[in-house]
Design a protein around this ligand. Structure first.
Ligand SMILES: Cc1cc2nc3c(=O)[nH]c(=O)nc-3n(C[C@H](O)[C@H](O)[C@H](O)COP(=O)(O)OP(=O)(O)OC[C@H]3O[C@@H](n4cnc5c(N)ncnc54)[C@H](O)[C@@H]3O)c2cc1C
Length: 395
């Protein structure tokens, strides 16, 4: 996908934004009631603010409040995890500790004969298209955890590998919420009656086998009563000075929107497709293709000053690129908590051995809004509504 396609998809969804609040929970063939913009927003081909601005330019706030709120849910999750990076690292650590028994059990339910046909249908939809509707994600995760009693971490990993919008924050935190580990006293159970209400009959009727198993679902374990870990303080990464000579800009999969006042037209840019990182996290071929084409399109959009590098070793590719252009400093947007961020310490060390400094900056909006995710979504949303230029005079 390229940025222009994402913007066209956003425009095409404008008329449906008003019926979104009433229709969004229905799972229908073709998913026409939702925007399907998530991969583009996840990789920042377009931003949350751009999506909200288009919604509010065409409709009154009241008509699209639910849609705009959902768009900022993603931003909230990212910000929440940014303030609590330990939740991601302990999930990653847990994943290394499961033995072959747990992994075999997980593979078995993903083999197409789990005993609940609609679950098999969703697994196949995800693998073959890279997408699942939000309600289907909730049902799938709930069946995985509470009915099949499989570790939530292995389910989250499956989603993260196959979803085109696979996102460390939205994904990990949603799985934890379904399990009952995120919000005190709350979990989410998939009920047959809820599927019958919200799933299109043409999908459900041919996938009814095993539905009786979730007529009266019970939780695998009681929801936690622990509160969230306390937020960490964020380093000040705001940018100020224009980027100097001998400085290049590295664009990675977390942010493919390079526009910033501090980047003059002469700054060289490298959009890097990090195969080493994709291999480590076992992204599906569809997901890798999506990232590759979005990265190549971003480089093409930037013109002659940008290159798209396919790298089996991201640090080595950046060193070679920097040396080729006599660059002494590489600047990049601070990656969000997740795979790219995890690589930074090693990359910094290797760049520095070649005399290249890696400097991280954060976009002005991220600098302001991320620290607001100190507690629940609705507190974040209220603060955003009070302060955000797009939202503040609308309620
Ligand atoms: C178990 C589980 C795992 C999930 N994993 C991911 C993930 O890896 N990546 C991801 O982007 N989303 C994830 N979500 C959130 C949500 O399902 C998707 O963002 C949404 O379905 C994307 O489809 P859409 O673009 O058609 O959404 P729309 O309904 O059209 O919403 C518009 C935009 O709002 C945002 N949004 C909507 N719903 C949510 C939500 N519940 N949480 C956060 N943002 C939301 C997305 O950016 C989305 O593109 C997960 C949800 C669950 C329950």
């Amino acid at each position: 996908m390229i940025r222009e396609e994402a913007l066209e998809q956003l425009d095409a969804f404008v008329p449906r934004m008003v019926s979104y609040a009433g229709e969004r929970n229905r799972v229908v063939p073709g998913h026409t009631n939702v925007s399907r913009l998530s991969p583009a927003i996840r990789h920042r081909l377009i931003t949350e603010d751009e999506v909200a601005a288009v919604a509010l330019q065409h409709h009154g706030f009241g008509a699209v409040e639910k849609f705009v709120q959902e768009v900022y849910w993603r931003y909230y999750w990212k910000s929440w995890l940014e303030l609590r990076p330990g939740v991601w690292s302990s999930y990653r650590e847990d994943l290394t500790e499961f033995g072959s028994g747990a992994r075999r059990a997980a593979d078995k339910v993903l083999g197409g004969h789990s005993g609940i046909e609609i679950f098999d249908y969703f697994a196949n939809e995800l693998i073959s298209t890279g997408y699942l509707h939000n309600h289907a994600r909730m049902w799938f995760a709930a069946i995985w955890i509470h009915e099949f009693k499989l570790p939530w971490q292995l389910g989250a990993d499956f989603f993260h590998r196959y979803l085109l919008d696979g996102d460390p924050a939205s994904n990990t935190l949603s799985w934890r919420w379904v399990a009952g580990l995120h919000t005190a006293g709350k979990n989410y159970l998939a009920r047959a009656s809820n599927l019958e209400q919200y799933l299109a009959p043409e999908i459900l009727e041919v996938n009814r086998g095993g539905l009786e198993r979730i007529r009266q679902p019970a939780p695998a374990f009681e929801p936690t009563n622990e509160g969230a870990p306390p937020p960490v303080s964020l380093p000040d990464l705001s940018y100020g000075e224009p980027l100097g000579e001998k400085t290049g800009f590295w664009l990675h999969e977390d942010d493919l929107s390079p526009e910033l006042d501090c980047i003059s037209d002469s700054v060289r840019m490298a959009v890097v497709i990090s195969s080493d990182l994709q291999d480590e996290h076992r992204y599906s071929p569809l997901r890798c293709d999506w990232i590759s084409s979005a990265s190549a399109a971003t480089a093409a959009r930037l013109g002659d000053r940008a290159e798209c590098l396919s790298a089996d070793d991201t640090a080595a590719a950046l060193v070679e690129w920097a040396e080729g252009h006599q660059l002494k400093t590489i600047v990049a947007y601070q990656p969000w908590v997740g795979p790219v961020r995890d690589r930074l310490p090693e990359m910094e060390e290797r760049l520095s051995k070649s005399g290249i400094e890696l400097r991280l900056i954060r976009k002005p909006a991220d600098e302001v809004w991320v620290p607001l995710a100190t507690a629940g979504f609705f507190g974040f949303w209220k603060k955003l509504q009070r302060k955000h230029p797009l939202l503040k005079e609308l309620t």
